[in-house]
Structure formats: C-alpha cells, structure tokens
Design a protein. Structure first.
Ligand SMILES: *Cc1c(COP(=O)(O)O)cnc(C)c1O
Length: 380
C-alpha cells in the first residue's frame, strides 16, 4: 500500500461487515446461480473505506472489484487474491505509457471506448510481452462515456485484432434504471442486445457481458447477463422507490465526540453570522466536525443528530472544523460523549436518506462526502 494516510481517530466510522456481507448475499440471490458479482468500490468504497471494504468482501464470493480510475486500482491490487479489478473510466492517451504497462502487468481490466485509445494502448504495449484485458463500454443512452452503437463493432474488431489487447468484457451503463418508468432502460437494453448480435463471433466464454448496476440488479433480471456490478446497494442504500424489492442493511455509522460543553444565556447567539439566538438558558456542545469534513454548511440550523439515543439539533452555522448542538435537554452529557452524525438506521433524523432528502441530493453524495481521514472501525 502507498504512503501512510492521514487519519483522524475522533471521526469514527463504524463499519458493519455483517451488513456488507448480508447485502452481497441478498443481491446475489436476485441473480441466476452462474452470474458473477462485481462489488463497486470506487470513491473510497462510497465513503466506507476502500481498504476495509475490500478486505471484508474478498472472502465473500465476489468475482470482481470495480473502481473509477487506475489509481484506485493500483491502491487495492495488493489486497486482491483471486478477484479481478475492473476500471470503469476509459483508458485514454493522457495516461502515461508506464501507467498502461502497469495495468497490463497487474492484470487490471481496463475500459476502452474509442479507437484512439485502443491505438494508444497498442502503441504503448507494442514492445511489451504483456496483453491488457479490456472491456468495451457501449453508450446505449447514458450520454457520457462509451463508444456509440454505430462504432461499436469496429472498435471490437480493432481490439480483437490487436496483439496488445484481449477482449475481456462488453458493457453498457443505464441512465435511469432507478426511476419508476423503466421504458428507457429497456430501450437501452434492446439496443445493447442488437449490438451484441453484430459482434457475436468475437464473443467467447471468456468475454464477460455486464450491464446491471444496483437498480437493474434488483429490478431487471433481463439485464444480468454474465455479471452484475453493484455499488450503492452493497452499502445498504438505493435511489429506487421504497420499499426496496429486497431487504438491505446500512453498513456504516459516523460518530464524533463532544469536545467542549458550555452554557449560554437567553439571547446569546451561536457561531458565525449569529444565525441562532438562544430562547432560553442553553447548554451547548461543540463537535469537531464541519464542512471541511463533508458535513455541509447547508446543515446549519437544519439537522438533528443523536446523543445518548436522543435527538439534538445543530444550532448556528456549521463552520469549517466545528459545529454546535443544543444538549440542554440531555442529562449526563460530558465531553467525550459520542454523537451520531450519520446514522445506520433508515428512519433516523440523521440517517443517510434523511440527510439526502434535506439537502436535495441522493444517498450516494452523502456517503461519498465522508472524508477519507475518517477512522474506519470494524464493528462487531
Ligand atoms: C458506479 C457504477 C456502477 C454502480 O452503480 P450503483 O448504482 O452504485 O450500483 C455500475 N456500473 C458502472 C459503469 C458505474 O460507473
């Protein structure tokens, strides 16, 4: 593993292996027996700690780990035993030749979405004794990365005719498989199947066809093909309408200790901008977490946390490194007492869904906002 990372012991991210394992098992039970499972661990495993999550899941019948970029792939290569690593971001000519060589040597599966990228990889690996395994991403409607449906066949041919690459996978990505109306997802699926027909002769049993993200894994069995790639659902969340078709469990809770307690008088104000005025004599507690730790300034005067199982409001502005809660009604609270900032219960006032709804975003963004310096603690 690379250089020592900066960690803060007081930002305690309790990670529940049982929940992760339960979610993987549950998602696998949505699939036919021979469908491979790819655990998506990009973005520091959706904020849960990539290192810890990989360690937990590598013993859980996971066939692949998917990451966003080659640097995340390099970071976890030493941890992986029989699993393979897939990088979603397309390889491109802005990467250094040695980075491409390293991918090939480490047997990392890369994504190719253009002939320029394919030619660059061929050129770089020309003199090398290694082949790079590549997956071709076809854009059937996502409108982001991916070779167009009309150029897909030509790109597959280019890869298959190259001495430096081996076709290892074909995929596409859904734009809205989490929405109520699945008609566009089905259109994407149809257009993907049409392309598959045209490249049939290049596809042997070693080529993995994969399409399904979490939503499609739970809702579109027709999209499972050879492998499903689940991200958000392995951490216990989803953006599809509740109740979910399967029961998932949240895998993380974030806690911080109270660092200071004091009492302010009626009419005194709290924090920058004086946006909170005490209506009574108020016992306030300061937490060592602020917007630089991913707890948005938006939550100023606008969210409820949990202390000793009791709800307690954030008062005044969230600042860069600190914020304040009102603990007047909580007996026996001392510095060092732990406050739940992101809860592992769905209906909690600081649960991930609640925080997402409050801030008009999705659970993905709440989770990936957990900073990498949070100290991941494997909970029993
Ligand atoms: C991020 C990603 C996934 C996982 O999506 P979830 O909705 O988190 O399951 C799957 N496939 C691709 C290509 C992705 O980029």
């Amino acid at each position: 593993m690379s250089e020592k990372m900066f960690k803060r012991k007081d930002l305690q991210a309790y990670l529940y292996p049982e929940a992760l394992l339960h979610n993987v098992k549950t998602l696998k039970s949505c699939c036919r027996d021979n469908v491979k499972f790819c655990a998506v661990v990009k973005a520091n495993a959706y904020g849960h700690g990539i290192s810890e999550v990989v360690d937990i899941l590598k013993n859980a019948e996971v066939d692949f780990f998917a990451v966003a970029n080659i640097y995340e792939a390099f970071y976890i290569t030493e941890k992986i035993d029989t699993q393979q690593i897939l990088v979603f971001e397309p390889l491109h000519s802005g990467l250094l030749p040695e980075e491409i060589v390293q991918c090939a040597q480490l047997d990392i599966h890369g994504t190719i979405t253009s002939s320029e990228a394919a030619e660059y990889v061929s050129l770089v690996l020309n003199e090398q004794q290694v082949k790079l395994k590549v997956h071709i991403n076809i854009d059937t409607g996502m409108g982001r990365c991916g070779v167009s449906v009309s150029d897909a066949k030509q790109l597959v041919e280019l890869v298959c005719n190259s001495k430096s690459m081996e076709l290892a996978g074909i995929y596409t990505h859904f734009a809205n498989a989490d929405e109520k109306d699945l008609s566009f997802a089905k259109e994407q699926l149809d257009s993907f199947k049409k392309v598959l027909k045209t490249i049939d002769k290049f596809i042997d049993e070693k080529v993995i066809i994969h399409v399904a993200n979490s939503s499609a894994t739970m809702r579109l069995p027709d999209a499972h093909f050879d492998m499903v790639c689940c991200g958000i659902s392995i951490y216990g969340y989803s953006t599809i309408e509740k109740p979910l078709p399967v029961a998932l469990r949240p895998a993380l809770r974030l806690e911080v200790p109270i660092i200071h307690i004091t009492t302010i008088e009626k009419d005194q104000t709290v924090s920058y901008g004086r946006t909170f005025t005490a209506k009574r004599k108020t016992k306030i507690a300061v937490l060592p977490i602020g917007y630089s730790d991913g707890f948005w300034r938006f939550f100023s005067n606008n969210v409820t946390l949990i202390v000793n199982n009791k709800p307690t409001p954030v008062i005044g502005r969230v600042t860069m490194n600190q914020m304040v809660i009102d603990v007047t009604d909580i007996a026996d609270v001392q510095p060092g007492a732990l406050v739940t900032v992101i809860d592992d219960k769905y209906d909690s006032p600081c649960g991930v869904y609640t925080l997402a709804k409050l801030s008009k975003t999705i659970c993905y963004e709440i989770l990936t906002n957990i900073p990498p310096w949070a100290n991941v603690i494997i909970a029993k």
